[in-house]
Design a protein around this ligand. Structure first.
Ligand SMILES: [Zn+2]
Length: 236
């Protein structure tokens, strides 16, 4: 409504027509309009935020029941009076409604993002596992292994060893690493983890159950897989 119409409706009983009174009422009306404009802008921002959140998660029905038409009227020229004049109390109750709907839309959005991220992580993990299985298969084929139906066939024994290419490749890599280490030892002794209790002990020969002084039981420990295998001696 216009300032004049507002003045007329609101101040008719006290109307005396004096220039001072008109100026005073005009100032009050301007203040009223400024306040309304601020509130309308706040609503407009809230509505835009909700609509963006609702659109992202495609909550079309939510958008309709929050009074889309009422708020969309304010989008270009936010005017509070059009709302106040038709439904003075509704906008205030709608504000809380809009805020809670915005919150729930944002929560849903966050949940959806989380689920999508978890799904993506799962996909990447699966992809990495498949790639690793492919490299393990290449490793086995290079060593003369063949696949028969779902089972890998050991070229030495001719036996099927199952379908787990990564597991088989890891076992082979461990054996190879240990053999390599033994060649390096070449009949001598090496230090091992946990040899603090030994006295005048030259270490472990890489084959026996115990170290040279007989104080500790020693075996091979390992870390890694067929792509990078690390072995060392450790008392247990
Ligand atoms: Zn010893």
């Amino acid at each position: 409504m216009s300032i004049e119409a507002y003045l007329f409706l609101s101040y008719q009983p006290g109307w005396n027509g004096s220039p001072d009174r008109i100026a005073q009422m005009r100032a009050q009306a301007e203040q009223y309009d400024q306040h309304n404009l601020a509130v309308a802008q706040e609503y407009h921002a809230l509505y835009c935020a909700f609509r963006a959140a609702a659109e992202k998660i495609e909550r079309k029905s939510e958008m309709r029941c929050t009074g889309r038409q009422r708020y969309s009227r304010m989008q270009n020229t936010p005017r509070w009076d059009a709302i106040v004049s038709s439904e003075p109390h509704r906008p205030l109750s709608n504000k809380a409604d809009l805020e809670s709907k915005l919150e729930s839309a944002e929560r849903d959005r966050a949940r959806e993002m989380e689920a999508a991220e978890a799904k993506e992580r799962e996909r990447q993990k699966k992809e990495a596992a498949q790639a690793k299985a492919g490299r393990a298969a290449a490793y086995l084929i290079a060593l003369g292994w063949k696949i028969d139906r779902d089972s890998w066939i050991d070229p030495k024994s001719g036996h099927g060893c199952g379908s787990d290419a990564v597991g088989i490749a890891n076992d082979i890599a461990l054996d190879v690493a240990i053999e390599d280490r033994k060649k390096e030892i070449a009949g001598g002794h090496i230090e091992f983890g946990g040899d603090d209790n030994c006295e005048n002990c030259s270490g472990w020969d890489g084959d026996s159950h115990r170290c040279e002084c007989g104080n500790r039981r020693v075996s091979w420990e390992h870390d890694g897989d067929f792509e990078s295998m690390n072995v060392w001696a450790e008392a247990y």
